[in-house]
Design a protein around this ligand. Structure first.
Ligand code: ADP
Ligand code: MG
Length: 262
């Protein structure tokens, strides 16, 4: 077993390196023998049709589902050596929003490593968490129960939680699904700031029409990796057809470059 925190570095030049990864639920494969390399400092989108394994990929990277084969490295290290350096915003539908916690509580949960599990957050933590809520435009909602926030506001609370984690890698599962245009703009600006600070941002993205505008790296998934690389090279009609198969409406709506994007 080489998968220990002090295992030798493996492909350390990549923020994310996935090798021969297969994940099944029961007997049904959700991801089949996939290899992915994402360089540091990119804003990467993961796209693919419903059920193509996008959420499963993030969960496998995070160690939330157990692969039947393959392994994952973050900057050359296994996940368990990197836990404090990865932030995760789950798909909205996967969160129990009735959980009794205020917006501030949820953000503070992102700081448990700094705070220590059995300690209470101090003034410095609350100040930082409040600042993160301000960054996402929710400074007036700190004491509001998360169940009492709109979908877009809930999503921003989770992004504030990711901000306070000060992670090197951020993974967000459809953060812009079902949010209004204002929230989408807030989210993309925050993600760009993080990228400008040198963080690597990996986003499961549902909207092909904004793909080229928002992202510089692309992984197209359909249980297998259909294509990956710089958006300008990978985002082609041919690859869309291979990923989305017969879903012509999706492909027609997509903002495909006839000539590669600059
Ligand atoms: P995506 O995020 O691309 O929509 P998912 O990774 O959520 O896809 O799911 C991939 C496939 O695995 C789908 O067919 C889905 O129904 C199945 N799946 C996902 N989670 C589970 C689970 N916990 N148990 C059984 N099947 C699952
Ligand atoms: Mg999903």
């Amino acid at each position: 077993m080489t998968d220990t925190p002090d295992a030798p570095l493996h492909e350390p030049q990549f923020a994310l390196h996935v090798e021969d990864l297969t994940v099944t639920y029961g007997d049904i494969p959700a991801l089949w023998d996939i290899d992915i390399d994402i360089p540091p400092g990119v804003m990467a989108a993961v796209v693919g049709p419903n059920g193509s394994g996008k959420s499963t990929l993030l969960k496998a990277v995070l160690g939330l589902v157990r692969p039947v084969a393959g392994h994952v490295r973050l900057f050359g290290r296994p996940m368990r050596a990197m836990r404090g350096r990865v932030a995760y915003v789950p798909q909205r539908s996967a969160v129990d929003w009735d959980f009794p916690a205020s917006a501030l509580d949820v953000v503070l949960m992102g700081m448990y490593r700094q705070i220590g599990w059995l300690r209470r957050p101090g003034a410095v933590h609350c100040t930082r968490a409040t600042e993160a809520l301000r960054q996402v435009g929710l400074e007036d909602y700190a004491t509001r129960q998360i169940s009492q926030l709109s979908g877009g506001q809930q999503q921003r609370v989770f992004i504030a939680r990711a901000l306070v984690q000060e992670a090197d890698i951020l993974m967000l599962d459809e953060p812009m699904a079902g949010v209004d245009a204002t929230t989408e703009a807030v989210i993309i600006d925050l993600l760009r700031d993080l990228q400008a600070q040198g963080r690597t941002v990996i986003v499961v993205h549902h909207d092909l029409t904004t793909l080229r505008r928002y992202f510089d790296w692309l992984v197209m998934l359909n249980r297998r990796v259909v294509a990956q690389g710089p958006v300008a090279q990978v985002y082609t009609a041919e690859n869309l057809r291979r990923a989305y198969g017969g879903q012509l409406a999706v492909i027609e709506a997509a903002d495909i470059a006839e000539t590669p994007a600059p």
